[in-house]
Design a binder for this molecule. Structure first.
Ligand SMILES: [Zn+2]
Length: 143
């Protein structure tokens, strides 16, 4: 299994760093984020070290999504204030990825919690611009 001895999440998985666990299985661990953006913020982390989702096996990535869904239901049923949930994955430093071990954020939300996901938008594209970008993405897509 891929590991990186310098990686903080690999150290948590190896038991060398503390974390407040919520769930563990053979594929993933889920624990409380120590820098939460909202109360109850969880991270779902694959046991295998992958910096990007690009290298995560599909079965592992699917499992992460299923665990996130299960934790979303748990949050809604819990005493943690949860009127809604954001699932968030930052792939790459430019996207805000702070730990270079791919992970999925599960963030409880409620009306008026003050969190803003979107802070700026480019100008509204024309349909032609959308078609051109879609064609570029399709042309680069790898099966
Ligand atoms: Zn790691």
């Amino acid at each position: 299994m891929n590991t990186d001895p310098a990686c903080i999440f690999c150290k948590i998985i190896a038991g060398e760093m503390p974390a407040t666990m919520v769930a563990e299985d053979e594929v993933t661990i889920a624990f409380m984020d120590i820098n939460p953006v909202n109360e109850g913020h969880l991270l779902v982390v694959p046991r295998e070290h992958h910096q990007s989702i690009a290298s995560i096996p599909g079965s592992v990535l699917s499992h992460m999504a299923l665990i996130a869904r299960w934790l979303t239901a748990a949050l809604r049923a819990s005493l943690v204030r949860t009127e809604g949930v954001n699932l968030y994955l930052a792939d790459g430093a430019a996207a805000g990825q702070e730990v270079p071990h791919a992970h999925l954020h599960v963030i409880p939300r409620w009306r008026g919690d003050g969190i803003r996901i979107s802070v700026g938008r480019p100008a509204t594209p024309t349909r032609e611009q959308l078609e051109e970008m879609a064609a570029q993405i399709r042309a680069a897509a790898i099966d």
